[in-house]
Design a protein around this ligand. Sequence first.
Ligand SMILES: NC(=O)c1ccc[n+]([C@@H]2O[C@H](COP(=O)([O-])OP(=O)(O)OC[C@H]3O[C@@H](n4cnc5c(N)ncnc54)[C@H](O)[C@@H]3O)[C@@H](O)[C@H]2O)c1
Ligand SMILES: O=P([O-])([O-])O[C@@H]1[C@@H](O)[C@H](O)[C@@H](O)[C@H](O)[C@@H]1O
Length: 548
Amino acid sequence: MEKSSNIQVISPNVKYTEDYIYADYEYEETLVTKKDNELLVKPYQTSLCIRTARKVGRLGIMLVGWGGNNGSTFTAAVLANRHQLSWQTKNGKMDPNWYGSITQASTVRLGIDESGKDVYVGMSELLPMVHPDDLVIDGWDISPLNLAESMVRAKVIDYDLQQKLKKEMSAMKPRPAIYDPDFIAANQADRATNLIRGSRYEQYLQVRADIKDCRDRNKLDSVIVLWTANTERLCEVRAGVHDTSDNLERALRNNDTEISPSTIFAMAAVDEGCCYINGSPQNTLVSGVVERAERAGVFVAGDDFKSGQTKLKSVLVDFLVTAGLKPVSIVSYNHLGNNDGKNLSAPKQFRSKEITKSNVVDDMVESNNILYKPGEKPDHVVVIKYVPYVGDSKRAMDEYTSEILLHGTNTLAVHNTCEDSLLATPLILDLALLTELFSRVQLRRDDTEEWQSLHAVLSLVSYLLKAPLVAEGAPVVNALGKQRAAIENMMRACLALRPIHNMQLEHKVYTLNHSLTQSFNHSLIQSFTQSIIHSLTLRFLYHKVTNE
Ligand SMILES: NC(=O)c1ccc[n+]([C@@H]2O[C@H](COP(=O)([O-])OP(=O)(O)OC[C@H]3O[C@@H](n4cnc5c(N)ncnc54)[C@H](O)[C@@H]3O)[C@@H](O)[C@H]2O)c1
Ligand SMILES: O=P([O-])([O-])O[C@@H]1[C@@H](O)[C@H](O)[C@@H](O)[C@H](O)[C@@H]1O
């Protein structure tokens, strides 16, 4: 049962057929060129036709690291919502929700009503999307624990809800996975007993067989493979190994030790026609994988879920810089006690995370050459400490110091207790649902061209990721507001609706306001007249009946 959209766009630029929504869309941009000390600004438009397939297929999500905190919490959340399970806590009875998911719990502005008031609808109502209740979940883990045991180990889900989920989740068992102790912390070795043996190529073949098995057994139309396993060390990208699809395959067949487990999973997913999403910070998606995805016509996306401390950073720094205040020192410290934190306590794995947590301010800093000279950046330090006692309840402490007027300073100190897996789980859902949606979108400039999909690197889902992978040569955007606007406006474009501009001239220009009021008054009088007629009719009928 997909989330039905009861929105009908009445426009000459939109056509609904049984299979597609067709939208004629004018994509507008402005070309700026420098001439001497002048900037020449030239607006231009590209006419596009966008079509969105209306049939939402049966989607499977295969999680690498299914038995982890995120994987078990995601599974619990899907089941709790599907079965509408309620549970008792010390604060009383709780009902399931999808808070933290932009597709399920956020709204988008559709337009204005007759009175000029904004009208908002759920993001998932804009276009046909997979319903979370219909998701088929499967996956792999190096740990043999079933999903109920994994949920207990994670210590994230409330006890009473665990009891209600235990039976169904105990029947879910992660498939054996690919383990290479050279890529994750040594402290993970004790859980690595559920393994695919053999060479890297044999492991790749087994993962492909697993995907095929999952797709056939569940009669799926599509499968998305999503990595939520432990953070790996960065792989040393080598020419002749990671740089092209063919070199990567050759290296895989030669059992090259610099091919990481995550890259093997990515290759297997892409070769099975599946999109692959990297929820961790390591450089899985080397150019050889991207080329392979381009050839296969599937999406890859990554890196590293943007769930808490970094998500806030991509808002705060955007606010400061766009307010003309100059962040000069950013210190992000956090400690956590879950297995992710345990793995990150190893230097090489921490380095992967340090990079993705540090680069998130670059685009905002580079956007303002009044505040920053070329190459100038704020001091930026990231610290992560492992403190077992706090478990999944990560404690983030941030200090943002900015230079303000006449070289004064402003310091923001933030304490942010992020229930890590409860913040990451909705992102897993949104990554899957938005990737599936955008796989049904095609564009062309006119009917002389073939329909084409979006670029294989799905940077539209950057909002959900700390270090967004982008098409070669494309700019990286980390500012959260811009990332969200990209998703909203792309979905609007699929309905031939212009981007949101927030100008509200209806309330700022008399003539516009007046005409709006006029049309509102007209409809008010119309509905008032109708109600008078309606009540007179009822009165007549009542009178007639009582006198017979
Ligand atoms: N808020 C968040 O939780 C958050 C935010 C951003 C990124 N992440 C990243 O998401 C990942 C998962 O986080 P978590 O809290 O669920 O960690 P976790 O340690 O609880 O779960 C990871 C799971 O992956 C398994 N695993 C490790 N290597 C594997 C392999 N090669 N194949 C299959 N399974 C493997 C482990 O056994 C474990 O069950 C981490 O890389 C983390 O950095 C988490
Ligand atoms: O998204 P965010 O809260 O900035 O980043 C988090 C880190 O602060 C945390 O230490 C790590 O364990 C999580 O995997 C996640 O990456």
